[in-house]
Each structure stands twice: as C-alpha cells, then as structure tokens.
Ligand binder design. Structure first.
Ligand code: F0G
Length: 460
C-alpha cells in the first residue's frame, strides 16, 4: 500500500468557528497586524506553533489521574525521570515548566553573572534561546552550514553545524566559549535535521577543546527519523536506538516537552556534570520549584512519560513526516517557493522569493502571514527580519532568510484541512503583487515579534 494514513482515530473534537474574509480583515487590523494578538477563536487553522498544541492520546489522558502532587519525592517524577533516561541517559534530569526555563537556568550557569565577552555557538539559536543568551550579555552565534541558508537547495541535512567554522572559532577564541549548542531539528532554519556524522564531528571538536556539548532537543524524534531515512547505515536501526546514539555524543540537553513529548506543558534540563547540576537545582528551587517537580504538576510529568514512549513510534513518525511533505510537495507543484526538502514540523515558505516587491525591512514574511490569515483564516509565524532583525546593539539588519513557517500541531489536523491550506495558497498566488509590506509602529526592546504593533506600508 502506498497511502500513509493517520495511525490513530479521533475520540474528542473541538469545533472550529468559521469566519469570512471581511471579518478577518477587520480582526487582523484590530490585532495591529500581529498574529500573536489574535484571539484563537478567530483562527480557522492554527499553525502558529507546534508547541503545546498536540492532541494527547487516551493513554496520556488516563495517566492524568495517576499524577501524584506531592511536593517532594512524587512517584510521577520518578516515572518521568525513567522515561527520559530510557532515551537520553544523562545523570541528572531537572524538570522545568517549559524549554525556555531550562535554557534560562543553563544560561545563568555558563554566564556566571557576567556573560560579556562570552560566545555560545549553535547551528541556529531559536528566538527564546538567543534572547536568554543575549540578555546575559553572551554573543549567540549561528554557524549553520551554507547549504542551510538556501531555501530551494535539496540537501539531506541542512541543519548541520559548519564544523570548519566552529573549529576556527574555537582555535581563535576557545577561552570565550563556555559550551557548544546544537538544535535538533534546526527550527529557525526550516526544521531541517542534523546528521549523526555531524554530531560525531561536534563531539570530536568538543573533546579537542574540552567543551561541553548541549543539544537543544525539542524535535529530537523527528531528527532521528530523518537520520533513519537519509543517513547511510541507519536504515535498519530503530528510532529509539538512533535517539540514544544522538544523545550519547552530548554532555547535556535542554528540552521543550511541548514538542516531541506530546505534552501541553513541560520541559527539562539534563546533564552529567555534578557541579553544574547542583547549581541548576539551586536556581530551580528559586525560580521553578523543588527538584522533583520543577515547574510541573505530577500529572504533567505523567503525560510526558507516556508521550516519550509514543513519540518514538515509527508508524507515527512516518505519518508525521509524510503529512508535512505532502503539503510541501503540493505547494511546490503550484510554484509556491517552499523550503526543500520539507522540514520535520512545519512547511516553510521563502517569502523573499514569493513577495519580491517587498524589501526585507518591510517584512515579506509578516506581510505574507497577514495575507494568508485574511485569505483563509490560517495563522502562521514569520521567521525572518521581523523576528531576528533587531540586533543586541539596537541596530536593525535583515535576517539571512525571510521565511513564513506553518507549524503543524501533532495529531491534530486532517488531510482535508491540509488540502484547504494548499487551496488558500492557490487563491493567494493570484493577487500576491497586491500584498503590501509592513511598518512597525511600536516594539519592545527584545523579542519584538511577540508583541510589536504594525501597519501596512500603503497606509503611509
Ligand atoms: N528550543 C527550540 C528549538 C524551540 O523551538 C523552542 C520553542 C524552545 C527551545 C523553547 O521551548 O517553548 O517550551 O519554552 N519553540 C516554539 C516554536 C515556541 O513555536 O517553535 P518552550
């Protein structure tokens, strides 16, 4: 059989409220052209993020009642810890309320109160990761391979770190670099995977310079499945074994359980270094909670423990990767400039190419996001100069790519809804030249894309 079907059936449904183009034009104007300011009831297909938006399984829902809410020593923590260690055998597992809390704690350890002059390289830092480092004064550098910056280029592991550039950076400035981070899959770079060979290469460099390697692991299972599909020697290896090998090269990880753990909330920091773990737990108690719950309730930890077993199921992963590839292929055949190959969690559109009449600092990705919402009630997110244009020194400069990300929540939308997304682009294509650029009228000092206000250029 060629057709890959959803390996689940639906037991509970949430109605979607239908809206018209005219209503949506007004709603987005009232939201100051920022899709984060929309009410979710005014969205038909919500592709803003795949974070915390998964449908939980019957096993996860029934595990809620097992949650033990004891302040200290809850069995829910030990089930959660065992599930993490089954895949990622780190010595210390420290629960946090979500991924950015784990990043914040790790940043506080490496910055030690004065981050200035320090550098943390990554393939591509995602928004909150970058903001955490920059807020501590650390220079967050992106060292993804060149192929990763060309949306149209077919290349199997576009998330790989450029090991030559990393080597040169370490040769010149090893003393300034407290750790190396690698993000799997590379979210800001199109949800593209990192190969096992690249992880092995990173380990060798980290050994040479005696630096710890941390994996920003939000979409680890999608990354592992890509390795199984694309890397020589892994075809016959189970995803679980691939996951274990990936993490065997690292000294620690930060995790958002809101992605590849099917949880609506949660995260953790895991690591081997006893001294750092002690510092992390002390900070955890100050900011999140006692080390056997961190920022989580017992029931959240139960859901994560089960989600971690379900996420490495290969029928699920086959459906997951194929459902995104399907939309990518159909958009590609319409002539929509999609990132190739398809990423693991989202469809990425090259907005610079689709809207060549809009300059980067008039935010083609944001302009496309607004047009797509008006067209079909689809909410996506810009990953380009609106998200990354403002620099730590206050200047503004175009991002390397102007992308629109349509992130697919896990186990949530059906094939007819996928076809509807494609149809919206079919319509949008016809009057794309009429879409106008955007001007920011108000923005905060950092992480502006979440709360900034905008207006179309043409209303000048
Ligand atoms: N690392 C990566 C690679 C992420 O994509 C995210 C979140 C985080 C860390 C932070 O985790 O949300 O649990 O605090 N990304 C979401 C997104 C929000 O839409 O891509 P968190």
């Amino acid at each position: 059989m060629k057709t890959i079907i959803e390996p689940f059936r639906i037991k509970a449904v949430e109605p979607i409220r239908m809206t018209t183009v005219e209503e949506r034009r007004e709603l987005i104007r009232k939201a100051d052209y920022n899709l984060f300011s929309l009410k979710s009831k005014d969205v038909l297909i919500d592709l803003l993020t795949d974070s915390g938006t998964s449908a939980m399984s019957t096993m996860q829902w029934s595990a809620l009642m097992q949650g033990d809410e004891s302040y200290a020593g809850s069995p829910s923590y030990y089930r959660f810890e065992a599930a993490v260690k089954d895949l990622m055998p780190f010595k210390h597992v420290i629960p946090t309320h979500q991924g950015r809390a784990a990043e914040h704690i790790l940043t506080s350890i490496v910055a030690r109160g004065h981050g200035e002059g320090k550098i943390v390289p990554n393939n591509t830092h995602f928004d909150t990761t970058r903001a955490n480092f920059e807020d501590a004064g650390i220079d967050a550098q992106d060292l993804v391979i060149e192929e990763g910056l060309d949306p149209a280029l077919e290349y199997p592991f576009k998330g790989n770190m450029d090991l030559d550039r990393l080597n040169s950076l370490l040769a010149a400035k090893a003393d300034c670099i407290p750790m190396i981070v690698i993000t799997i899959t590379n979210n800001a770079g199109g949800g593209q995977p990192v190969s096992m060979a690249n992880l092995r290469g990173l380990r060798a460099i980290c050994d040479k310079y005696q630096k710890p390697l941390f994996i920003d692991s939000a979409r680890f299972a999608e990354n592992a499945y890509f390795i199984k599909l694309r890397e020589d020697g892994y075809e016959g290896i189970s995803v679980k074994e691939i996951v274990r090998e990936m993490f065997s090269y690292a000294d620690g990880m930060t995790m958002s359980a809101k992605k590849d753990a099917f949880s609506n909330m949660g995260g953790w920091l895991a690591l081997n270094n006893d001294e750092w773990a002690e510092q992390a737990r002390t900070r955890l108690i100050m900011t999140e909670g006692f080390p056997t719950y961190g920022g989580l309730s017992g029931r959240d930890m139960e859901c994560i423990a089960i989600g971690l077993k379900e996420i490495v199921n290969e029928d699920y992963l086959q459906y997951r990767i194929r459902s995104i590839e399907y939309i990518n292929e159909r958009l590609d055949s319409l002539g929509v400039p999609v990132m190739k190959p398809a990423g693991g969690h989202a469809i990425f559109i090259d907005a610079r190419k689709m809207l060549p009449h809009i300059t980067p600092l008039q935010y083609p990705g944001q302009s496309l996001a607004v047009a797509l919402y008006i067209q079909g009630g689809i909410r996506a997110v810009e990953i380009g100069s609106f998200m990354f244009g403002r620099q730590a020194d206050g200047s503004e400069r175009p991002a390397p790519m102007e992308l629109l990300r349509m992130a697919m929540p896990r186990r949530v939308y059906t094939q007819a809804q996928a076809d509807y997304i494609v149809e919206c682009f079919e319509e949008l294509r016809n009057n794309i030249a009429d879409v106008s650029g955007m001007v920011i009228t108000r923005e905060p000092a950092s992480l502006r894309h979440f709360t900034a206000r905008l207006r179309p250029v043409e209303s000048d």
